[in-house]
Write a protein that binds this ligand. Structure first.
Ligand code: NCD
Length: 310
């Protein structure tokens, strides 16, 4: 296994296919600990800082669960209003403090590039838990883990990314990674919310020519994985623009009649209206197991960047 001790996790592009596969394989061994079936003291004495300048449920809780299940400790904040950031402290200074108080930092920030900047200032590893509309690499690792577990492979299958591809950071990281694995990509979005050019360029550099679609009724037929996303209301400069595209797609049992029998539906969550609750009980729905997979994957990452292995 490669050495990841001290490494930052800022962008999925910082990793090779071989490294991603090794992380996924290692994460598989963490599943019994993530479920509480096996006890571990692997990260005993280590401290994780969770610095969340933006709301989070899954990412924060699953990182904390991962650290606690491995015997480590957690400190942090989920509301920057209660911190010195509200007094005007710079991100660089906040990071210097977290570095002094902990062994690894997980950062979520509204500004694109914030994690890269934080990594520059920190001696301890910085893990990007979402930087504005930029990247969300740990989400991508758990998404790839889920695809591999559910479909048996990542390359050669059609993954249809649906919804807000412009502002959604999860799909930026995921499209990039999937192209590294040679998956067949479809981008289904309203024209104003299509995948940014810089992501399309990267995907093409990796030899994948994505199908650009607007009509989900058409593109759903070919999907092996339907990756649905929320319209990122908080990133729209103008709320009237959001109102125009809100509710653009809704996956319900009716549209699922057009899908392949073994097509799976994923969603990074939270969902708003993109997936009808009636879909939850179908064999296609994998978004809750996907959210659980965040725990073993984040366990593997914490263990690797801290250089403490099973
Ligand atoms: C996503 C995020 O924060 O980018 N949530 C998550 O981490 N699972 C998706 C979203 O907010 O829509």
């Amino acid at each position: 296994m490669f050495d990841m001790k001290g490494r930052d996790v800022v962008s999925i592009g910082d990793f090779t296919v071989e490294e991603i596969e090794a992380i996924i394989d290692y994460a598989k061994t963490m599943v019994p600990i993530a479920k509480g079936e096996r006890k571990s003291k692997l990260l005993d004495g280590k401290i994780l800082s969770t610095l969340f300048f933006e709301p989070s449920t899954r990412t924060k809780l699953s990182f904390e669960s991962a650290m606690l299940r491995l015997g480590g400790s957690v400190l942090g904040f989920s509301n920057p209003k209660g911190t010195s950031a509200a007094k005007g402290e710079t991100l660089a200074d906040t990071i210097r403090m977290a570095e002094a108080y902990s062994d690894v930092i997980v950062l979520r920030h509204p500004r694109e590039g914030a994690a890269r900047l934080a990594a520059k200032f920190s001696q301890v590893p910085v893990i990007n838990a979402g930087d504005g509309a930029g990247q969300h690499p740990t989400q991508t690792l758990l998404d790839l883990f889920t695809i591999k577990t559910e479909k048996g492979k990542i390359g050669g299958i059609n993954v249809n990314l649906v919804g807000d591809l412009k502002y959604g950071r999860t799909v930026h990281s995921l499209a990039h990674a999937l192209s590294m694995f040679g998956a067949d990509l479809t981008f289904t979005a309203p024209p104003d919310l299509q995948m940014p050019d810089h992501v399309i360029k990267k995907v093409k550099e990796n030899g994948v020519n994505p199908r650009i679609e607007n009509d989900l009724e058409k593109s759903i037929e070919d999907a092996d994985v339907l990756y649905v996303t929320r319209i990122q209301r908080e990133r729209f400069p103008d709320l009237a623009e959001y109102e125009k595209v809100a509710g653009a797609y809704r996956v319900d049992v009716e549209i699922l009649e057009k899908a392949k029998d073994d097509m799976i539906i994923m969603h990074p969550l939270p969902r708003v209206n993109e997936i009808a609750p009636e879909v939850d009980g179908t064999k296609h729905a994998k978004y809750f197991v996907q959210a659980f997979n965040g725990v073993p994957v984040r366990m593997a990452l914490l263990s690797l960047v801290l250089g403490v292995r099973e």
